[in-house]
Design a protein around this ligand. Sequence first.
Ligand code: NAP
Length: 285
Amino acid sequence: MAQIIDGKAVSAAVKAEVAEEAAKLKEEKGLKIGLAVVIVGNNPASRVYVNNKKKACEAVGFQSFEYALEESTTQEQLLDLVNVLNRDARVNGILVQLPLPKHIDEKAIINAISPDKDVDAFHPINVGKIMIGDYSFLPCTPAGVMRLIESTGTDITGKQCVVIGRSNIVGKPQAMLLLQKNGTVTICHSKTKNLKEVCLGADILVVAIGRANFVTGDMIKEGAVVIDVGMNRLENGKLCGDVEFESAEKKASFITPVPGGVGPMTIAMLMKNTLTAAKQQAGIE
Ligand code: NAP
């Protein structure tokens, strides 16, 4: 039976580290750290994420600046706001909550955020830096996954790592981070043949596809570390992952639950990135 990886506890530890360092920087260098969060429209899930980010800022001692814009906001208006925030010295990190309404080109907005304030690490410059292993910010969810794997004491070196999903925000950067830790990495996607066989070879399996209970226990190698990034809302309103927990926990050595696994890590890593951004902008480290 697998040990359950407690994402809430690991995330609390990351936030405590960030809060401690932020308090020290404030006391010793007078540094005040600020994160701007921009939300456009009334997507209820986005609203929840934005509120959670605001709460996390308060918990670690950051200022948060929230910009809640109407659904009808034009791309030009949003670009103008991003440019103002790029120049605002109180703002160390800028996060534009995705998805944006359909009439706004997400790529144009991401590209407009100053790479120094891009705490989501979605800007092509930051994505490129991750490729060459010379980065300041890691995308929050894959970075959170790495921290969870680390919390199990698993040495990634030489391990067969399988990532299911190849999105720009989770799957691809996740694979790069595992590779940087010397894993032997396979990336799977919707066109992958023999997915079950590939999964059965995984010592570390990271699943990020967005399909409820897709990966079942018979696809998991005995003793594997299983990280479930998926967040799916069932008809009964319950949240569930991409991994069928009941059958998977019988095979895995460690497994993340949903909720309470990867989810809490994403915000904790966002706080860590904002701290890094503030230090860099102040010329510290
Ligand atoms: P995405 O952009 O929709 O990408 C899904 C990926 O899964 C694609 O690469 C797709 O392959 C692959 N896929 C879909 N069906 C598959 C199948 N039957 N077999 C193998 N691969 C399949 O999703 P995402 O943004 O990466 O998010 C993935 C999941 O993670 C979602 O549930 C999302 O809600 C969750 N998520 C959670 C957090 C968090 O903080 N916990 C953060 C981000 C995302 P193709 O490329 O071939 O289409």
